[in-house]
Every structure is written in C-alpha cells, then in structure tokens.
Design a protein around this ligand. Sequence first.
Ligand code: HAM
Length: 436
Amino acid sequence: MSMNIKRPNGTEDVIPKNVHKWHTVEKITKDIAESYGFCEIRMPTFENTELFMRSVGETTDVVQKEMYTVKAKESEFTLRPEGTAGAIRAMLQNGLLNEALPQRVYYILSCFRHERPQAGRLREFHQFGIEMAGSLSPLADSEVISLANAILKRLGLKNIELYINSIGCPNCRAKYHEALRTYFESRKDELCETCQGRLVKNPMRILDCKSKICQEIGKDAPVILDYLCEECRNHFENLKKHLTNLSIEYKVNPKIVRGLDYYTKTVFEFVTTEIGAQGTVCGGGRYDGLIEELGGQHTPALGFAMGIERLLLLMDKQNCDYLVPKKCDIYFATIGDAALEKAVKLSVNLREYGYFAEYDVMNRGLKAQMKYANKIGAAFTVVLGDNELKSGNAKIKEMTKGEETEIRLNDKFVDSFEEVYFNNILSVIDDTEVNE
Ligand code: HAM
C-alpha cells in the first residue's frame, strides 16, 4: 500500500541522519547566549490572537496575510508567527520585569507563517532568538549585535554582511510618515490594495511590501535617517562607535524597515547572498514601546532572531563542521538465548555509564548480525556464545583496525570495556604521532 499522506507544503522533516546538524546549531546558540548572561524561556506554541495584532501590528504582512488562526469555542488563538511577542507576554505575566534588570532570555522555537514556500522560506520554521529588557543604552544594542555576530562566527559562517539602520521613535516617525504619504500619494492607484490601506494607516509598511510594483515605486521614497530626532540620531551614532570598538563591520542601509511594527530606533539584519532570495539569516532591533503596549511599565527592550533552516542551508553550502553524531560503541553479536540474555545485562551496565551498546533484537544469524554492526559503524563488537559464557572471557574486536583482545565478562563489565576503550584511544594517538 503506498503512503498517500504527505507532510504539509512548506514544512520539513528532520530525519535522524541530519539531526546532528540541528544539535550543532542548538548547542552553539545556547552556549554563546548563556555566556552573555541569557537564560532560556519556553512559551506556548499558540497565543491569543490579540497579542500578535497589538505587537507585530495590524498592517503588517504577518498579521494581514500570514497568520494561522483557529477559533476554539469562544476564543481565538494564533500559532506564533515569531517569538518576541510571546516572550514579552511571558516576562510580563511571570513578573520577570520586576526582577533585576536587564532581563535576558533566549529561546529556540517553531514559528508559523502562511507564506509562499521556497528555499529558506517555510510555513513552519524555527528560530533561535534572544530578548533583552531594561536598557536604553546603545551599548545594549551593540551587545546584542555582537552576540549574533559571535554565533555566526562560531558556526563557521562566512560572507555575511551586517546592515544597520535606525527607524526612529514615534516622534521622528510622525514627520517621516507625512513625507512618505506625500511621496506615495501621486502613485497611489498603482499600489497594491493592501498598501493603499497602509498609505493611510502606516505608510512605512509599504516599504516592506512583497509586491514587485510596490517595491519599485518605493525605491526612491524618502529614508527615515533624514528624519531622525536628536535623541535617535545620537543613539545611532553611539551604536556605530560601539560596533567599531568591537571591530564588528557593518553597513548602514537606510532601506531596512523590518516586517514587524514594534521596532523603534535600531534595526539590523545579517544577510548572505549565497542561499538565494531568502538571505536574511538574522533580523532584530529595538522595541522600546512594546512592553508598555502590552500592559507593562515603560521598559526599553531589544533582541533578534535567527532562522535555523537558513543557517543550516548556509552551513551546508559553506561546508561548515557539525558535531559528530554519536555512534554505537559496542555491539554484541550473540549465538543462542543464554548469550543474548548476557548481552542484555552487559548492555544495561554499559548504558548506565553513558556508553552506546546494542545487541540483536531481530533474531538474526551471526553473519547478519556482524553485517548490521558494520552498517551502523559500531566501534567494537563482541561475539558471545556458549564457550564465552562458560569461560567468562570473550574476544572484543576493534572494527576499524580489526584488532582483537580478550575481555572479561564480569559483573562490572564497564571496567573491562573502559580498559580496552582507552587503550585503543591511546594507540590511535600514538599512531597519529608516528605519522606526523
Ligand atoms: P523576522 O525578521 O520576522 O524577525 O524573523 C527572524 C528570522 O527568522 C529571519 O531573519 C529569518 O532568518 C527567519 N524567518 C522568518 N520567516 C521565515 C520563514 N518563513 N521561513 C524560514 N525562516 C524564516 C522576528 O521574528 C523578530 N521576532 C526578531 C526579533 C527578536 N526582533 C527583536 N527580537
């Protein structure tokens, strides 16, 4: 019978042979975030729809076109399209912002956006993200950017450009919106229907529209940097100084407006040209008004998120190193029921000490068991039969060199195994030195 049910369009399976790639990204992102003082936070996969309307913004593509919303009885929920809104909601709900500031959290989570799938653009994708709440200082901006930069470096990625911009505060934004309205008014009829509405409510969103025509019309639009108030301009200048001090290269790109409404002042993106059109591997910025908008006290905050699938596309492309997947340390090939029972017991002992041990659960003959041990790349094999059980000794075979040694099948088998295991590692080191 053929399998007709396929995974939904725009989703991906991570099969066992690839999962070490995910583990690599998860480990490196977590380790580096923790070294910057960030702690993990976990939130529900779905939230009240209103949370995203109020944070991501009603005129954004994400809210207008891409949310997966379900009505359940009287309530309406949305699968999170991003992590910031939920993280801030959780910080508020759990009183984290009443504790020592700044609060620093990180997360690894799945997000859902109903976009047109293509390489690097999925409907279910995964983000590693961080949020830092409490600091107004541009030093916090450079710290967050340097954290992202450190992760990309540790992953081994190259040829990624950092673009920064400032999109000002509500004060400078008012004047800028007027300038944009004046600019777009003359070509209003050519804009897509959504952008015609945005022209009235939030003209900056037109600059982020995915429609070709709107993008073309927006090319010569005024840029926000020319409209920044003194405070925002100083903040931006100081950020640039701090980045230079950290030797982080950047380019100012006045066209970056980001696709979410909560941003104020600094916005930034890390972009590659090596994985096609969806080259933004990390995006973030400040959102000084969001916490207040969600019912908290005025608390400046900022953060970023990286798309894990995009990081992996680039890591594959650039042949980056991944953590080595764990392989079978020892395989027991058995002849007869008594030997199999012994193998089960020895395996339990080894596994208690963290070793990866396997024995036959397929009722295979000896030859087929050895073939299987080869296939899974077992480091050592032990053949157990009546003779071995009687003598209490067996032969353990190191599979790459084919060398065999005697091993005692005592109660604490792990001690005997470790002796062979570490001797083997030492001999590998010796061999390497001789070859050098
Ligand atoms: P975002 O730019 O919407 O920002 O998404 C962040 C990253 O998620 C993108 O740079 C990209 O790598 C990845 N991404 C977004 N959409 C998709 C998709 N459909 N398929 C694959 N990857 C995707 C945010 O989500 C903000 N919450 C970031 C932030 C945190 N700002 C402040 N704090």
